[in-house]
Design a protein around this ligand. Structure first.
Ligand code: GDG
Length: 735
């Protein structure tokens, strides 16, 4: 039975003084329980290795609650958790570059911690299991797991925002982090905006293009999705039904003594906008002296990350400002702001939500914000129920769902103070009306529904085995070639080079053949009855320099020239070709270079290519579309073909294409079986050849992009395995 593993930095557990372990509720743990998902957890138990006196006992007690611990020493926790994750990555994810600290000593610990997580996960999983990784502490983990030989479904959910690529690129380790995430089958975000920013980051940082829902990779697709997290509806529902709730409510009612309760609940974090909220409260109190004794602002600020300097400073600043406001606007026996720097049990929190006349959720930026949802959900209509209104920052992810709140820009303290006044005077009817409009949706989309939807989508991802792209027909194809050659009939291979035999790299000049490729092709080219042609867009000198072996036919410049096997020199495939058209299209192409920084022209004998690989990717693509439409007019009556390839636009003589060259070779060689493999648009002319029926012509598209005329697909490794297999059968694989 396949299992689901949940991986998060912290575990939903508490270690008691006697060393026993209990599972805690709240957050993810209750989301999964509510969804009926029985998952095993992997995470850090919250204490450093140095404090673990009896590791075997700890492991045994955690195993009883289905938890596998990742035990980290103090130095690693410091660099990985307090350092890199919380002092570098967290502020960057929240657009707070000025708060981000960059200490080169931290990242190695982050990597080491991710590796420790990978080891623990890999010791637990079996083929077919699903692994659901949570949050920014573990960005490298998906790729680390993917590198193992286990067949897993791997998913990641980011609980924070994903910022604009302009901010994200400040992270020195941005490449490694994005590559880490691309190890996933599924990546989830709270909002479409975060997903959009992620796509832009992978394009600008890694040069990887994507669609809204997926990133096509050679080995496997990465799905992208929007999954707004919900709150723990079951937990809060039960809390409000608990036996002690009436007592708690009554006690607080009395304490309030007729005053309105304006409640805030948050971790004490600089993203939550507490200083700005206090400024708005100060403004409200100063502008409305008559209300000062009729409202109490209760700010519950749960201590958070006390080991990080930024948080210690924030706590001091907030405490000072609360004192100043109370000093200025309080009275005898009344402090308008109560700052409670501790956490409360969930039933107590539910009671405060139920009582509050307003809830102030005003983060400067927040992935989602569950407090906003919990507050609305705790407003049950009925006898004695107190209505309340939500004042919500438009910069919280939750604002997209909770449009009936009073939405504010937390930086605009005047607007926030005005919203406080509006909340103060709002009628009960209007409060209930607004609550009703939001509550029904929140009940349907609670944390259990969120987890169910996410895991449902994860289970739908195909399980990729190492050989999945190796087309099942390839072994049979190897047999076919071998037996035809054994019967002394000719066979042929037509192989494109870039993107087919060799991966694309940023600079074409770096794409030299790997050390195994030339010996492999040389051995194959010595096999009687097997013709080999490299059919490339490259110029002839590049091909000749890298493939000197004379038995291999080299077709250069997309079929303009060739060096036939065993011939000495180069010939034109089609004799002389008219290239007068170049004068007419050149001005347009030169103009494209001037208008598009980073682009350049390459002139070949029979074509001109505009390259935009080094231009801004979106701008380059946009300019390419403009150029194509202009070329359609200019070239209407010219003997040329225009094509849009990978980061290029090419204008080439009409007669010249790879297909025509292959057709000529097929005529000459008359093979009983031939295979053509290629990865881009120019190779389609090889795939779409109109051939007599008796020719067994196998066409192979390398890669997953673009529609194709080819009759099967593989990736670079799949094609290489086929060639190596053929080599082993025909030559024994040795020089
Ligand atoms: C991150 C993202 C995203 C708070 N005080 C007490 C208490 N809480 C509970 C609340 C709520 C949770 O803590 C806080 O969740 P938030 O969503 O508001 O914020 P973060 O902690 O920053 O969480 C955030 C979230 O992940 C989920 O994806 O929404 O954007 O930053 O559930 O009720 N619980 C108890 N006592 C307290 O005093 N029991």
């Amino acid at each position: 039975m396949n299992r689901t593993l949940l991986v998060s930095n912290r575990l939903p557990i508490r270690i008691e003084e006697d060393g026993s372990t209990v599972r805690t509720t709240g957050g993810l743990a209750s989301a999964l329980a509510g969804a009926g998902i029985d998952a095993q957890w992997v995470g850090w138990p919250g204490i450093p290795a140095e404090e673990v006196t009896d590791e075997a006992k700890l492991r045994a007690s955690l195993a009883e609650v289905d938890v596998a611990p990742v035990i980290l020493d103090e130095e690693t926790i410091d660099g990985y958790y307090h350092g890199y994750a919380n002092s570098t990555v967290w502020p960057i994810l929240h657009y707070m570059l000025e708060r981000a600290r960059f200490d080169p000593a931290w990242y190695p610990f982050y990597r080491r911690a991710n590796e420790a997580f990978a080891e623990t996960v890999l010791a637990e999983v079996e083929n077919g299991d699903s692994v659901w990784i949570h949050d920014y502490h573990l960005f490298l983990l998906p790729e680390l797991l993917r590198q193992s030989d286990k067949q897993l479904r791997i998913a990641f959910f980011l609980h924070t925002p994903f910022p604009s690529s302009e901010i994200f690129r400040a992270l020195p380790e941005r490449h490694a982090i994005l590559r880490g995430l691309l190890g996933c089958d599924l990546i989830g975000f709270h909002t479409y905006n975060y997903l959009r920013h992620f796509r832009s980051a992978i394009l600008r940082v890694l040069g990887v293009e994507s669609e809204v829902e997926s990133i096509r990779r050679e080995q496997r697709d990465v799905s992208l999705g929007v999954y707004p997290i919900g709150h723990d509806a079951k937990g809060f529902g039960e809390a409000l039904q608990s036996a002690s709730i009436h007592e708690t409510l009554e006690k607080h009612q009395q304490e309030l003594a007729g005053k309105q309760l304006f409640l805030s609940v948050e971790r004490l974090d600089y993203t939550k906008g507490i200083p700005q909220k206090l400024e708005a409260i100060r403004l409200f109190l100063s502008e409305h002296p008559e209300e000062r004794s009729r409202v109490v602002f209760v700010i519950i600020a749960v201590p958070s990350r006390g080991d990080v300097d930024e948080y210690r400073q924030l706590t001091e600043d907030v405490q000072r400002e609360v004192g100043a406001i109370n000093g200025a606007y309080g009275g005898v026996g009344h402090a308008p702001v109560q700052f409670l720097h501790r956490s409360f049990p969930q039933p107590e929190l539910a009671a405060l939500y139920a009582l509050a006349d307003a809830c102030l959720v005003t983060p400067l930026v927040d992935g989602m914000n569950l407090v906003a949802k919990e507050f609305i959900d705790c407003k049950h209509e009925g006898e004695g129920a107190r209505p309340g209104v939500l004042v919500l920052s438009e910069f919280a992810g939750a604002a997209q769902e909770l449009s009936h709140a009073l939405l504010v820009n937390p930086y605009d303290v005047v607007e926030t103070a005005r919203a406080l006044k509006e909340a103060f005077v709002m009628s009960a009817d209007e409060k209930w009306e607004r609550t009703r409009a939001m509550r029904a949706r929140l009940q349907r989309t609670d944390s259990a529904a969120w987890a169910t939807t996410f895991l449902g989508d994860l289970k739908r991802q195909p399980l990729i085995s190492e050989d999945a792209n190796d087309s099942p027909q390839f072994p049979r194809l190897t047999d076919r070639f071998t037996s035809i050659i054994a019967s002394r009939k000719p066979t042929a291979l037509f192989l494109d080079y870039d993107g087919t035999l060799r991966e694309f790299v940023a600079k074409p000049e770096d794409a030299v053949p790997d050390p195994d490729l030339c010996p492999l092709l040389t051995r194959l080219s010595s096999v009687p009855y097997l013709h080999i042609a490299l059919v490339s867009g490259r110029p002839l000198d590049f091909l000749e320099a890298h493939f000197p072996e004379k038995h291999i036919t080299l077709v250069a410049e997309h079929g303009y020239r060739w060096r036939r096997a065993d011939a000495d020199g180069w010939d034109l495939v089609h004799g002389h070709i008219d290239t007068d058209w170049k004068d007419e299209v050149m001005p347009l192409l030169e103009q494209s270079v001037d208008l598009t920084p980073g682009s350049h022209l390459e002139e070949k004998q029979s074509s001109i290519v505009w390259h935009y690989r080094r231009a801004d990717p979106e701008f380059g693509l946009w300019r390419a579309h403009g150029l194509l439409s202009e070329l359609t007019d200019v070239t209407a009556s010219l003997p040329v073909a225009v094509h849009h390839g990978k980061k290029i636009v090419e204008v080439a003589s009409q007669l010249v294409n790879k297909g025509q060259a292959v057709k000529a070779l097929l005529n000459d060689w008359a093979p009983a079986i031939a295979l053509a493999a290629g990865d881009d648009q120019t190779d389609e002319t090889m795939f779409a050849l109109d051939l007599p029926e008796h020719v067994e012509y196998v066409t192979v598209k390398v890669g997953t992009d673009l529609a194709t005329h080819a009759d099967r697909r593989t990736d670079i490794n799949g094609l290489r395995r086929f060639l190596v297999g053929l080599d082993e059968r025909l030559t024994g694989g040795k020089d």
